[in-house]
Design a binder for this molecule. Structure first.
Ligand SMILES: *[C@@H]1O[C@H](CO)[C@@H](O)[C@H](O)[C@H]1NC(C)=O
Length: 142
């Protein structure tokens, strides 16, 4: 009696986990509504690429903006947006604001950070990457 109850409980747990960790498609309907976009922001100074902490990027998809997290000490940011907003139209831009360190305040268009960088599919479902966004400490021609 007790054994069969435990067995049944285990079956239910396994069945639940099976659903939770299954592929994100069930009968063609997405059960994972979030897409993540990751990237990095750098300060290029004397040809050296230094991760820029405290900066942000923004993903714009069909005129709807999704702000990134503030970059960490590795210059890494993440944007979480609903998967149904993601399209070929989405572009990533520098986001100017109080979060950016004034010591490296001049945006460059390296990797299209000013004109808009495209999302690049990764090996993981619902995860895209973006080429690094670059700032310079002084105005420059690039
Ligand atoms: C930057 O934009 C140009 C013009 O749209 C494109 O050809 C190029 O591939 C882009 N580069 C990156 C890194 O997104």
């Amino acid at each position: 009696m007790a054994y069969s109850q435990i067995f049944l409980a285990s079956v239910l747990v396994v069945a639940f986990l099976g659903i939770a960790f299954a592929d994100d498609q069930v009968d063609g309907v997405s059960v994972n509504p979030d897409t993540k976009v990751q990237g990095t922001i750098f300060c290029v100074k004397n040809e050296k690429w230094i991760p820029l902490k405290g900066a942000r990027a923004v993903v714009i998809c069909e005129q709807i903006a999704f702000k990134s997290t503030v970059t960490d000490e590795n210059g890494y940011y993440l944007v979480v947006l609903p998967s149904d907003r993601v399209s070929d139209d989405c572009k990533v831009f520098q986001l100017h604001g109080k979060f950016r360190r004034p010591r490296c305040a001049f945006p460059t268009n390296i990797n299209n950070g000013t004109t808009g960088a495209s999302l690049v599919e990764s090996e993981h479902a619902n995860l895209y990457s973006v080429a690094p966004i670059v700032y310079k400490p002084r105005p420059s021609l690039t």
